[in-house]
Design a protein around this ligand. Structure first.
Ligand code: NAD
Ligand code: G6P
Ligand code: MN
Length: 441
């Protein structure tokens, strides 16, 4: 079988060891010739890189492995770039979450003002790595899950329309795993219909290969328990705050029980509950820094100290295997059905063509082809319209350097009560992001 060269951009990410372990676990389906880690933070890269070098020598010595901060070395002749960068790192995620809370507004990584602030930072980093890929590996594809994926995808549509960048999210995959537990099936046995924006969507059908529909059975379960299941289904999304999120799906469902909601809708439909349960001094960023980041980097240091990765504490990120499914779909034209973020172009019949939406697609060597989801109800359409306008205004603000448009984006967000609060927030966010955002006038 053909072997592939992969570069992981954001090689110093907390998710890198899990993805590398997952790639090794899938080496029969997707053989690796070389694996490269690329990050622009030399210290983070060196810590994880040195540990993974030891792990690869032990587990897959045939794979050429390097880690580097030099984009030419990283990207040259690669087939795929798997990208998960975080521009501003955890220090800025903390600001994204804490600044809005000062105004009684939700502080979240990808939703509301925090998501907008992160989006304005991410676009620059994404353009940089897309341009490196096109310069050093013109035939490569980027499988991007750097957040906020909705804004990043819109920025790619506007600023790099011909680039081979596919934007993806693991939340539909993660939640489908929970649904599969609820109905006693494997996720791969289930096909879904789904419509929405990234972190803003609904399942309209969950069927097995024989065509049996499970949506009512799952709805009855979610109405009582949310997506909380008895069995551990994830390597991710297991912390207590995530369990509360899975549970909250119950309340989101009550607002409209035709379809099964994405958990992220809680930030738009129940922002008051969310703020009430948040601490202004200890947010999810702190939880991750004290949890996943510490665990992963401590494990890496231990591997380097002991010189072996046996019992290393690195775990396979099993649900991330959808990234391999996607790479295989492109490499082997598998025509796998996957939920992806694509330009609408009629997939949702009563929604603008130029909106970046999240829908099931058939993925082959030419990329994704969206499956038609038909017309959506007024309630969902209006919510999506408001949110997609926020995302489009943010990208326009970035492109034009427009203060006014970013103010409008914040004002439009369902998470912010008024134009006044939006302006105060914007001025705070500009100050906090002065090393990262383009200048706004
Ligand atoms: P992290 O801060 O641990 O890792 C991100 C890494 O990116 C850091 O090492 C940082 O130095 C590096 N980086 C930043 N800017 C860069 C640039 N311009 N070029 C190269 N490297 C750069 O963050 P994390 O918690 O591991 O998350 C990584 C990313 O993956 C985030 O964007 C997160 O939101 C995203 N993510 C997305 C999904 C999804 O569903 N799409 C799921 C999980 C994580
Ligand atoms: C889900 C979302 C991602 C998000 C992640 C945050 O997987 O789909 O887009 O980045 O959750 O998880 P964390 O553990 O970092 O809060
Ligand atoms: Mn996501």
């Amino acid at each position: 079988m053909r072997k592939f060269s992969v570069v992981i951009a954001g090689g110093g990410s907390t998710f890198t060891p899990g993805i590398v372990m997952m790639l090794l676990d899938n080496s029969e389906r997707f053989p690796l010739k070389s694996l490269r880690l690329y990050d622009n933070d030399a210290e983070r890269q060196a810590t994880l890189g040195a540990a993974l070098e030891i792990l690869l020598k032990e587990q897959a010595p045939e794979v050429e492995f390097i880690y580097t901060t030099d984009p030419e070395i990283a990207f040259t002749d690669t087939d795929f770039c798997m990208a998960h960068i975080r521009v501003g790192k955890y220090a800025m995620r903390e600001q994204d979450e804490k600044i809005p809370l000062k105004y009684g507004v939700i502080g979240q990584e990808t939703c509301g003002p925090g998501g907008l602030a992160y989006g304005m930072r991410s676009i620059t980093g994404m353009l940089e790595i897309i341009d490196y890929m096109e310069q050093y590996a013109p035939n490569a594809w980027m499988l991007n899950y750097s957040n906020p994926a909705a804004i990043v995808a819109e920025a790619c549509r506007v600023l790099r329309p011909d680039s081979k960048v596919l934007n993806i999210c693991d939340m539909p995959v993660g939640t489908l795993r929970r649904m599969s537990q609820i109905v006693g099936k494997q996720p791969k046995d289930l096909d879904v219909r789904y419509f929405g924006l990234n972190h803003f969507g609904w399942w309209t059908s969950v069927k097995d290969k024989e065509g049996h529909e499970y949506i009512n059975q799952i709805r009855d379960y979610v109405a009582e328990h949310g997506y909380l299941t008895q069995v551990e289904v994830d390597t991710q999304h297991m912390d207590e705050s995530w369990q509360a999120t899975h549970k909250k799906a119950k309340d989101i469902l009550a607002v409209d029980d035709r379809y099964l909601p994405n958990t992220y809708l809680k930030y738009y439909l129940f922002p008051d509950d969310e703020v009430a349960h948040s601490s202004c001094t200890y947010t999810r960023a702190n939880e991750v820094m004290d949890g996943r980041e510490k665990t992963v980097f401590d494990a890496a240091r231990r591997i380097v100290e002991t010189g072996t990765a046996v019992d290393s504490g690195f775990h396979i990120d099993s649900h991330a295997s959808f990234i391999v499914d996607l790479a295989r779909a492109i490499a082997f034209n598998t025509h796998e059905r996957m939920v992806m973020i694509v330009e609408n172009n009629g997939a949702i019949a009563n929604f603008p063509d130029d909106a970046m939406v999240e829908v099931p697609c058939i993925v082959g060597s030419d990329g994704p082809e969206a499956l038609a989801q038909g017309k959506i109800p007024m309630f969902h359409q209006a919510l999506m319209h408001q949110q997609v306008t926020v995302e489009k205004l943010a990208v326009e603000a970035y492109v034009e350097g427009s203060y006014q448009k970013l103010w409008q984006a914040l004002t439009m967000s369902k998470t912010i009560p008024s134009a006044k609060v939006a302006k105060e927030l914007l001025d705070d966010l500009i100050e906090a992001n002065k090393d990262f955002w383009p200048e706004l006038k």
